[in-house]
Design a binder for this molecule. Structure first.
Ligand code: HEC
Length: 94
């Protein structure tokens, strides 16, 4: 019983730490593997030059202009860019 409680506290601690390392990104469980990959690429590649941008701060139209440029800057492959694009589109409607 006590062991379970300790394990649970550790789990909570790790969860709150993980949240701090990725700001501006929703903590919602993503529905598909593609979205998870897109988020992983976004959180890994998109804060090299600036802090991670808040996705909701830009409209879908703005992202259409911004993303190709940023994907190029990040040297993303076409398939990685498509995954990030899908992830951003999902964040905008969720
Ligand atoms: C090689 C450096 C570099 C990388 C990598 C990079 N960016 Fe940027 N980004 C910039 C610069 C420079 C600006 C303009 C200054 C600023 O807004 O911080 C910018 C601006 C932005 C803006 C604001 C655009 C505007 O018009 O207000 C967004 C949104 C953005 N980046 C998203 C991303 C995303 C998403 C990625 C990953 C695919 C990414 N960036 C990767 C350099 C980079």
């Amino acid at each position: 019983m006590k062991k379970g409680l300790i394990a649970f506290s550790i789990l909570l601690l790790t969860a709150s730490c993980a949240e701090k390392t990725i700001p501006n990104v929703s903590e919602v469980e993503l529905p598909t593997v593609e979205l998870k990959s897109g988020k992983a690429i976004y959180t890994k590649k998109c804060h090299r030059c600036h802090k991670l941008k808040t996705i909701d701060s830009y409209s879908a139209e703005q992202w259409d202009n911004i993303l190709p440029d940023m994907a190029h800057k990040s040297r993303l492959s076409d398939s990685d860019e498509a995954l990030v694009k899908a992830y951003i589109a999902w964040e905008l409607v969720n």
